[in-house]
Design a protein around this ligand. Structure first.
Ligand SMILES: [Zn+2]
Ligand SMILES: [Zn+2]
Length: 365
């Protein structure tokens, strides 16, 4: 079995800690930039007022930064654990995937040797195998499913013909030579991974880490503080909830519990004032509550029946407002001066609570 060099993904834990901290530092810098941007006054605003606004914005930014730092600490260990797990899985994938056999050189048809394999950087899900021809020094690369890795052809800058690419690699430096077979123009591209790494070096990293990345002790203190804050908020909400419940029980206790003859008297009296006379209650239907039909005569004439129905509704609702009775909403009928409808009487505390809640909600609307 040939020896294939595999590019490993899993790194030391410190690598992931540093990477996470770099993201935190970047995010904090961006945050500070947003909150410290000073805007000039827009007339008629005075300089003093604008200064004040800028200062307030900065103060809010400072407080928000504390939360940002704390939240980054809170997600740190879980994120690092996920990254490590991901890289371990990628290494397992590389380890357990074998290259296609019988890859031949396109120039001399001799079998090529697979020398390296790594996770394809484009999607992080496939393994890419690099083959090499000892005789012509040519390279080919294939994915684990046998598909060849293709680079979109480059065009010659002089004659627009498709150029040939030749790769060579020394350590972390990859040189790509572009040769035009038509006009013989040559060009060179160099990828220096060392240089790229240097570009990313943050000279203030140590100081920034000190400033933005909470130590374990600071982080735990933050989390305890947040927990306490949540606890206080919860207690406050619970107290509010208990208060609301108490108010509801008080309201239910205040509901006047009327029996049928009380209701009859109360409603008849209110209706008569508005010209609805001879209230008559029919046979009650008894179940968990009582439903009872009624009829009443309209002593006024010449008014549209819709207006009279609305009036009747309003009068009954008002008369029953503080009682355990209500008008059933599903309709009031009017025929030749006789109006009919239904009343409902409640007895159970649960039902009364719902009734009170519905009335309170209606009152707020
Ligand atoms: Zn060859
Ligand atoms: Zn050319």
């Amino acid at each position: 079995m040939q020896d294939i060099k595999a590019t490993k993904n899993l790194k030391d834990e410190q690598y992931y800690i540093d990477l996470y901290d770099k993201f935190t530092i970047k995010e904090c810098h961006e945050h500070i930039k947003i909150y410290s941007e000073e805007k000039p006054p827009i007339p008629p605003e005075s300089f003093e007022l604008r200064d004040l606004k800028n200062n307030v914005k900065k103060m809010i930014g400072d407080v928000a930064l504390c939360f940002l730092k704390g939240n980054k600490f809170a997600s740190k260990s879980e994120t690092i654990r996920r990254w490590i797990q991901r890289d371990k899985m990628l290494d397992e994938l590389i380890e357990n995937t074998s290259p296609s056999k019988d890859i031949a050189c396109i120039h001399c048809y001799n079998p090529m040797t697979c020398k390296e394999k790594e996770i394809y950087w484009g999607d992080n899900t496939r393994v890419l195998f690099f083959f090499y021809c000892e005789k012509c020094k040519e390279n080919r690369a294939f994915y684990d499913n046998g598909e060849e890795f293709q680079v979109a052809p480059d065009k010659c800058t002089k004659c627009q013909n498709t150029v040939q690419r030749k790769y060579s690699r020394k350590g972390n430096k990859v040189t790509i030579k572009l040769i035009c077979p038509q006009c013989k123009f040559t060009d060179k591209e160099i990828w220096d991974f060392n240089e790229r790494t240097k570009e990313n070096i943050d000279k203030n990293f140590i100081a920034d880490r000190e400033r933005f990345c909470l130590s374990k002790e600071e982080g735990l203190k933050y989390l305890t503080g947040i927990d306490n804050l949540k606890q206080v908020t919860r207690s406050f909400e619970e107290a509010e909830e208990r208060k609301k419940q108490r108010e509801l029980y008080d309201a239910v206790a205040k509901v006047k519990k009327l029996n049928i003859s009380d209701v009859e008297k109360l409603v008849a009296k209110s209706l008569e004032k508005e010209g609805f006379i001879r209230l008559k209650l029919e046979n009650p239907q008894m179940s968990r509550d009582i439903k009872i039909e009624f009829t009443v005569q309209d002593s006024k004439s010449g008014i549209h029946e819709h207006d009279r129905k609305m009036k009747l509704k309003k009068v009954i609702n008002k008369a029953l407002l503080e009682t355990n009775w209500k008008l059933i909403d599903d309709g009031i009928y009017y025929k030749l001066g006789i109006l009919s409808g239904r009343l409902r009487g409640l007895e159970h505390e649960e039902d009364l609570m719902k009734l009170v809640q519905a009335r309170q909600k209606k009152e707020k609307e």
